[in-house]
Design a protein around this ligand. Structure first.
Ligand SMILES: [Zn+2]
Length: 672
């Protein structure tokens, strides 16, 4: 059992020479070349903390069975049986990509299985996979809407195969099928779904290419799936096809372009701004990173570096969310970051996390983990309820408690007609362990602070790093080093941007003031200097079993200002503590939350509340507000409580705001 990243790098070592020859004119570059860092696979990581471990358990016990049940109730599974001719009926549901929901839950269930054996779930997957396999057509085609009725009424399907790739999602279905198949194979060693995926991918190889159909998927993800399929099979034709789909984008020779909505407005190596549908975009950027990692294509790396720069300087919400607009589920213009109408699809947060992790592995720079961490604890995590069975599709940073931003509701919903977000959460959470550690040669990287352990396997040794911490509520992190035998190596401990006075790696956000408290690092009780390289404090020495690294990241409450070019945040301030972004809710502060004034003189302090929202550190104190009496308004003081943004909307729909006015004279504070 090994994760994608581990396999990819091994495959690269075996095949890079032949691959480079086959793909032709691929520049070999130093910076950004493949395999710079390898993630420690999640199967070698134990998560045993008080923050994530309960969420993984909820995902396993609640979310996976809940979502499979929803798929059964809504016909998403029966569609496979109807397509196989085992049941009679029409396609159930309105969207041609409903097939992907079971695929994505299989992927999540597989990750979960490899962390936690579960014979009942294993058996359920076997039966479900048999149903999926039976729906596959003879030549490998798998798309239940068309197989059930080639002339059927399924939206966007197109009159014949591949005839409406802009919207049909035929290739999107394939991409999620491959990701599920690879995960299931890795978790169980069973080829049942992998063989279905290979048969389907062979059909795509036979159908698409320079001298065959020259078209691209309207919704990317097949590129990621093909790269994974290449990872487990070592068959270069899948990687070549992934690269073909990417290279074909934005090239008008022989077909009409789909435009910026599908990032099909210009060739990917010429793109420099994040545009269009945010999930399509972040999946595509992740796919570009995968193909770049495997081929060493420097132009690919330059393109995603440019686009990343655009996102972190102009299009990233404080929560790590991306995709400002409901219309088109899309990125907005530069600095277009509205709060109440922010779309910030949960899927886009996941795509953004996947992309940043891949960039980290390419460049070895902690700034990408800074963005990833911001997404994990904030923009992504808000997408699922503490109970594991309710979800946000959009994730705004402000609510009046009435606007039904969440597909007809002002709070989380159990399911949606298009249920991409719930089924993305269920597969992303159990893959979390794979983001915590990485290795490059004899340097072991600690990216994220999660109690538990990671096992590294450098040449001729095995090293376990055990973390003991109450992060994200406490900034004390103890790392116990356990090499199988003493050895010289380097441990790179990430010093988060927020602890260095830099909320994001750009000037989009800044802290009101730098903390006076200094980050400290000790080895076996003795202070060591912070030898910083790309955001990591490096400690090189001869390590022996039982050595202890102690990191202290001071966690004062930090007040954040936004770049003035973001209209919605002018004159406002947000609160952070450690990696957590805070918000104020009506249930704690009364109505008119958005008029509370966090002026520089207000006094606030953190307080851990074990009894609230599964255990959270809240921010308490008083703020200024305007008291209205008949025709007059008077300045007043009032009690204040802010909670972590991820935990909002658990106590009924109501007002919420991340950004609050910071001047009593702020006109909106007075008149809203
Ligand atoms: Zn979604």
């Amino acid at each position: 059992m090994a994760t994608f990243q581990g396999i990819i790098v091994r495959s690269l070592a075996i095949t890079s020479c032949t691959l480079l020859a086959l793909l032709g004119n691929i520049a070999q570059s130093g910076e950004g070349l493949a395999g710079k860092l390898t993630a420690v696979p999640f199967t070698d990581v134990v998560i045993a903390d008080e923050f994530w471990a309960p969420r993984l358990e909820t995902n396993r016990k609640v979310t996976i069975p809940f979502e499979f049940k929803k798929c059964e109730e809504t016909g998403r599974i029966e569609n496979f049986e109807i397509a196989a001719g085992k049941k009679k009926g029409a396609f159930r549901g309105r969207l041609p990509f409903n097939d992907t929901d079971p695929y994505k839950i299989i992927e999540g269930a597989s990750y979960s299985l490899s962390l936690h054996p579960d014979p009942e779930l294993d058996k359920y997957l076997d039966e479900l996979i048999a149903r999926i396999a039976a729906a596959q057509e003879q030549d490998g085609y798998l798309y239940t809407g068309r197989t059930i009725d080639p002339n059927g009424p399924v939206k966007w399907m197109g009159p014949k195969r591949w005839s409406n790739l802009r919207m049909s999602h035929e290739l999107y279905n394939s991409g999620h099928l491959y990701e599920a198949a690879v995960a299931h194979y890795q978790a169980t060693d069973k080829r049942s779904l992998l063989d279905v995926a290979i048969k389907n991918a062979d059909l795509l190889v036979h159908t698409f290419g320079p001298d065959k159909i020259r078209d691209v998927p309207g919704h990317q993800v097949v590129e990621l799936g093909l790269a994974k399929l290449y990872g487990v099979t070592g068959n270069e034709k899948y990687l070549r096809l992934a690269k073909f789909f990417l290279d074909e984008r934005g090239r008008a020779d022989g077909r009409k372009l789909y435009g910026p909505y599908s990032q099909d407005h210009k060739p990917i190596v010429k793109q420099d701004e994040a545009v269009g549908h945010a999930v399509r975009a972040t999946y595509m950027y992740s796919g570009i990173a995968d193909v770049a990692a495997l081929t060493g294509d420097a132009d690919y790396v330059k393109a995603i570096d440019r686009i990343w720069e655009n996102v972190v300087t102009k299009k990233l919400y404080l929560t790590g969310g991306v995709g400002a607009r409901h219309k088109g589920e899309a990125f907005g213009d530069n600095y277009e970051l509205p709060n109440a109408t922010a779309y910030n699809e949960t899927c886009a947060a996941i795509g953004n996390a996947m992309w940043n992790h891949r960039l980290f592995l390419l460049h070895g720079d902690a700034k990408y983990i800074d963005v990833l961490e911001r997404i994990l604890y904030n923009g992504f995590l808000a997408g699922v309820s503490l109970s594991g069975d309710k979800f946000f599709y959009p994730n705004p940073l402000e609510s009046d408690g009435k606007y039904k931003f969440n597909k007809g509701s002002a709070t989380r919903q159990p399911w949606f007609g298009c249920s991409c977000c719930p089924t993305n959460v269920v597969r992303f959470l159990p893959s979390l362990g794979g983001y915590v550690y990485a290795r490059s040669g004899d340097t072991l990287y600690v990216n994220l602070f999660v109690a538990g352990s990671g096992t590294f396997k450098p040449a001729n040794n095995t090293v376990k790093l055990r973390q003991d911490t109450r992060y994200p509520w406490d900034g004390d992190i103890k790392i116990i080093v356990e090499p199988a035998h003493p050895a010289e190596f380097t441990i790179g401990v990430r010093i988060p941007g927020w602890a260095r006075g830099e909320p994001v790696p750009s000037d989009l956000y800044k802290y009101m003031k730098k903390s006076d408290d200094k980050v400290t690092l000790k080895v076996n009780g003795e202070a060591v200097p912070l030898d910083m390289d790309k955001g990591f404090a490096r400690i090189g020495r001869n390590w022996k079993k039982g050595d202890v690294v102690q990191l202290n990241l001071p966690m004062p409450i930090r007040r954040v200002f936004c770049n003035k070019k973001v209209k919605d945040n002018v004159g406002k301030v947000a609160l952070e503590r450690g990696p957590i972004v805070y918000c104020a809710e009506e249930v704690d502060n009364g109505s008119n939350v958005r008029r509370l004034v966090l002026s520089a003189d207000v006094r606030i302090k953190p307080e851990y509340r074990a009894d609230l929202l599964g255990g959270v550190c809240v921010i308490k104190g008083w703020v200024r507000s305007w008291h209205r009496e008949q025709q007059h308004v008077y300045p007043a003081k009032q009690d204040f409580v802010a909670i972590p943004y991820y935990a909002w909307s658990h106590r009924g729909a109501g007002e919420m705001a991340v950004w609050l006015p910071r001047y009593l004279g702020f006109p909106e504070a007075k008149t809203q």
